[in-house]
Design a binder for this molecule. Structure first.
Ligand code: UDP
Ligand code: MG
Length: 310
């Protein structure tokens, strides 16, 4: 019998954990031809999330839990889940039921048709602030401009993927995985499954601006080296401008065009402009070096405190 694995990360989700389990189980039980497992990852929540999950797992052996020693972030949680799946096909979804589990049977049909990555593409997004929509749009546009891989817009981590693809992702040695980018990068037969993204079932978003910025940065830095090249462009531009200023200063000195504060203006311009360019360049290079540093440390992306039913 074929098996479906469902991976659900949770961070302070005590308000939705129970409902999430019920809805997902309700749907997945109906798919008679398949066996299933649900892997919940507790990403260091300090509320009752783990307690609720543990209680569920005592009654239902199909529920497996991976609990982190602290908060390592959404991407790390999903990455951990993927390492432990045993199914032939894997569904990744959020705990808050914004991605309706009722769509799984339909996505599964696409998989049976031979697609290997069926990713959820949001047609509409209920209950999300104008700010979130705007920043998300800006992010995907920038990312696609910069990156060599086409990363689909309006796509989160909600997807159904073939075991084969999961194995490829698991085998990638890089830390700091930007999963939605990687799932696009690996190729295979992809299908954009359009759906309406619902409002959060309960609780608040666990993606404050700071985490969104980190995700955006991870996405851009791991899928593009263009920022480094842009820095080169800025450098060339600044050299051209400085040459013009230099010529102007020499000429004005030779022909005594102005005898007021000679050279001061151009000097200031050059210094400030170049200073800016140099600092930006250093920052860019620094970001990449920081990532290289992170990778060479070979520290794990997450630490597991305990697992249940695994
Ligand atoms: N999440 C997580 N670790 C974090 C932040 C979020 O595991 O550090 C989980 C969260 O519990 C949820 C999913 O990632 O299941 C998506 O988070 P959320 O719904 O808050 O993000 P949004 O839908 O607002 O972008
Ligand atoms: Mg959500």
């Amino acid at each position: 019998m074929k098996k479906i694995s469902i991976v659900i990360p949770m961070y302070y989700e005590e308000q939705v954990a129970e409902e999430c389990y019920k809805r997902v189980t309700g749907v997945i039980k109906e798919i008679k031809e398949y066996d299933y497992e649900i892997i919940f990852i507790n990403d260091g929540s300090k509320d009752k999330t783990l307690e609720i999950l543990e209680n569920i797992s005592k009654e239902d052996r199909k529920v497996k839990i991976i609990s982190f020693s602290r908060n390592f972030g959404h991407q790390a949680a999903v990455t951990a889940g993927l390492k432990y799946v045993t199914g032939d096909t894997v569904v990744i979804m959020d705990a808050d039921l914004q991605d309706p589990p009722e769509l799984i049977p339909d996505m599964l049909k696409k998989w049976e048709e031979g697609y290997e990555v069926i990713y959820g593409k949001r047609k509409t997004r209920d209950g999300e602030s104008a700010f979130k929509l705007f920043t998300a749009k800006a992010f995907y546009t920038t990312l696609n401009k910069l990156s060599d891989v086409e990363i689909p817009k309006d796509t989160g981590d909600f997807r159904l993927v073939d075991r084969k693809v999961v194995d490829v992702i698991n085998a990638l040695p890089e830390h700091n995985k930007f999963l939605r980018g990687l799932f696009s990068w690996v190729g295979f037969k992809q299908y954009a499954y359009e759906y309406e993204r619902k409002e959060r079932f309960a609780g608040k978003t666990k993606y404050p601006l700071k985490k969104m910025l980190k995700l955006a940065q991870d996405g851009i830095l791991s899928f593009s080296t263009k920022p480094l090249k842009i820095v080169g462009g800025l450098g060339i531009l600044s050299v051209i401008i400085s040459i013009a200023i230099l010529l102007y200063s020499i000429l004005s000195f030779a022909f005594s065009w102005n005898n007021l504060t000679p050279g001061w203006t151009s000097l200031m311009c050059t210094i400030t402009f170049l200073g800016g360019v140099i600092l930006i360049s250093l920052w860019m290079i620094g970001e990449y070096i920081a990532r290289i540093y992170d990778e060479t440390k070979q520290r794990p992306q997450y630490i597991i405190d305990k697992t249940i039913n695994i």
